[in-house]
Design a protein around this ligand. Structure first.
Ligand SMILES: Cc1cc2nc3c(=O)[nH]c(=O)nc-3n(C[C@H](O)[C@H](O)[C@H](O)COP(=O)(O)O)c2cc1C
Length: 181
């Protein structure tokens, strides 16, 4: 049966490597009958968590009303959440980190978000898989805390310039990820 999949990207490069893998995943997932809702966090206005703990007190997920409040309802409804991003300074790019931090609002707001699936598609310049730990570990641990099952990860090192991803099997791996959800 088709699932509701929310895809959240973190790169500001529309022609970049993680977007290419994202597009491959989405094409494959749609072909399998899944319903995709995509948010490109870097093209949205999304700040960090203020830790004010007034989540949902104003009727919206976050009292600081920016574009995160467009993503929150989709996450609540989703069967699966797929994060896609490059590595920035051995970590999660700020463009998507605000989204991840503000998932806190769903927890503080007492929403039942357990039981979803989660997946990660990521890439980096260096030819060293441990560089990807900077995004893999926080996503895996956050998923575990949220009681989300990791359906799969696609981690591609050694890609710097836009288009380098086509010298790897990253897009094929991203398409194959659709079979695991
Ligand atoms: C601000 C910034 C920081 C980066 N930090 C790292 C890093 O710590 N390690 C690494 O291997 N690559 C790093 N990179 C390279 C990107 O991860 C790489 O170019 C990736 O392919 C970009 O993905 P995209 O095309 O989807 O934007 C950095 C790039 C930028 C712009």
């Amino acid at each position: 049966m088709g699932k509701k999949i929310v895809v959240i990207t973190g790169s500001p490069r529309r022609n970049g490597n993680s977007f290419a893998m994202t597009d491959s995943f989405i094409r494959a997932a749609e072909a399998k009958g899944h319903e995709i809702t995509r948010f490109d966090a870097a093209m949205m206005k999304i700040g960090g968590c203020h830790a004010c703990e007034t989540c949902f007190k104003t009727g919206k997920a976050c009292s600081f009303d920016d574009d995160f409040n467009k993503i929150a309802p989709a996450i609540l409804e989703a069967d699966a959440i797929v994060f896609t991003m490059p590595v920035y300074w051995y970590s999660i790019p700020s463009q998507i980190k605000g989204v991840i931090d503000r998932i806190y609002s769903l927890v503080v707001g007492g929403k039942n978000i357990a039981g979803k699936e989660c997946a990660l598609i990521a890439c980096c310049e260096e030819d060293d898989m441990t560089v990807l730990d900077g995004v893999r570990i926080p996503i895996e641990r956050s998923a575990a805390l949220n009681k989300w099952k990791m359906a799969g990860t696609v981690l591609i090192p050694g890609v710097l310039n836009a288009g380098d991803i086509y010298k790897t099997d990253g897009c094929q791996q991203a398409a194959a990820l659709a079979d695991k959800i």
